[in-house]
Design a protein around this ligand. Structure first.
Ligand SMILES: Nc1nc2c(ncn2[C@@H]2O[C@H](COP(=O)(O)OP(=O)(O)OP(=O)(O)O)[C@@H](O)[C@H]2O)c(=O)[nH]1
Ligand SMILES: [Mg+2]
Length: 298
């Protein structure tokens, strides 16, 4: 399946949720208070979030007044531009090598699977990739990562189950430094943001990386399950208290109508969405593209 097709397929349900209601609203005529109120409701119900929806509608109101727009097409075009602007105002991430990417998030959001996809993604760009089995907590977690390492024919650094996660990270980072590995990707155990000791472990992992390999470019990506909608925001906020989140990977976009949450994340937290997961197979990952995203939900 072509790249364009895949993202449009994954956004089908989000599109249905927003587009149908929006088209009905736009066919109604005047841009009055009722229109703007209803538009706010449509956005909120599509997981864009309250504050972000209000901001979008306010921007549209100003734009419409200033440019005297009236037709449905003009409104749609203006709205698309506003949504794109919101997504592109977040800091842009350009991966620099050698890169150390730590992948964090709550249980079951798709961290390990995403790492498998990322290994393939960077290998295709001719980068040397090594994986680190930093999930020493869940039984069979490192076996799951080993499978991805085998499939991608990349190296993996792992320890026995139940050992200290920071210790395996230390080994992984030292070996990346010694071998000049381009991309080291660290898997971590899923953790609820309320489990303070596990959250502290992330801080420790982060310190180990900085101390052992200060010259490497460090990234922490939080994986969020798109089907959780607005709950994603509180997950980011909690993780950000322990480690500096550099960007977001939004998975399971294929199974949800809640893709609108990306706008709330950008507007409220000023963090970039870097990749999106569009399915369970190795190729089901896309670099996030704001224009493509917006074009596919209207
Ligand atoms: N449909 C869909 N499923 C996905 C996507 N990403 C991951 N999954 C599925 O989500 C489930 C959980 O994936 P894992 O990669 O094990 O999640 P995890 O975050 O590592 O889980 P823990 O290590 O237990 O916290 C698996 O069944 C994956 O196939 C995606 O983009 N789309
Ligand atoms: Mg996992």
């Amino acid at each position: 399946m072509g790249l364009f097709k895949k993202i449009s397929q994954a956004l089908k349900r989000t599109k249905e949720a927003i587009s149908r209601k929006l088209d009905a609203l736009l066919s109604g005529g005047e841009l009055n208070d009722d229109f703007y109120e209803e538009l706010t409701d449509i956005l909120i119900s599509s997981d864009v979030g309250f504050a972000c929806s209000e901001e979008i509608v306010e921007r549209l109101r100003l734009y419409a007044r200033k440019n005297k727009i009236r037709t449905a097409d003009e409104v749609k075009k203006a709205l698309k531009t506003i949504l794109q602007d919101i997504m592109t105002q977040t800091p842009h991430i350009e991966i620099q090598y050698p890169a150390i990417i730590t992948v964090v998030g709550v249980n079951g959001v798709g961290k390990t699977t995403t790492i498998g996809k990322l290994a393939n993604f960077y290998k295709k760009q001719k980068k040397e990739v090594t994986l680190v089995a930093g999930d020493t907590f869940r039984a069979a977690a490192s076996d799951q990562l080993s499978e991805w390492a085998n499939r991608n024919k990349v190296r993996i650094v792992k320890h026995a189950e139940g050992t200290d996660a920071a210790a395996v990270v230390f080994d992984g980072v030292s070996s990346a430094k010694a071998k000049g590995t381009d991309v080291l990707i660290i898997d971590t155990a899923g953790r609820l943001q309320t489990k303070t000791n596990l959250m502290e472990e992330l801080r420790k992992i982060d310190k180990v990386i900085t101390k052992e390999y200060p010259k490497a470019n460090k990234y922490t990506f939080i994986v969020l399950d798109a089907t959780t909608g607005q709950n994603a925001l509180s997950q980011i906020k909690h993780f950000n208290e322990y480690v500096d989140i550099s960007g977001i990977i939004l998975t399971k976009l294929d199974g949800t109508a809640k893709g609108g949450v990306v706008f709330a994340i950008a507007q409220e937290l000023n963090l970039p969405v870097v990749f999106v997961g569009t399915g369970e197979t190795i190729d089901d990952i896309e670099v996030f593209d704001a224009k493509e995203f917006v074009d596919n939900i209207f």
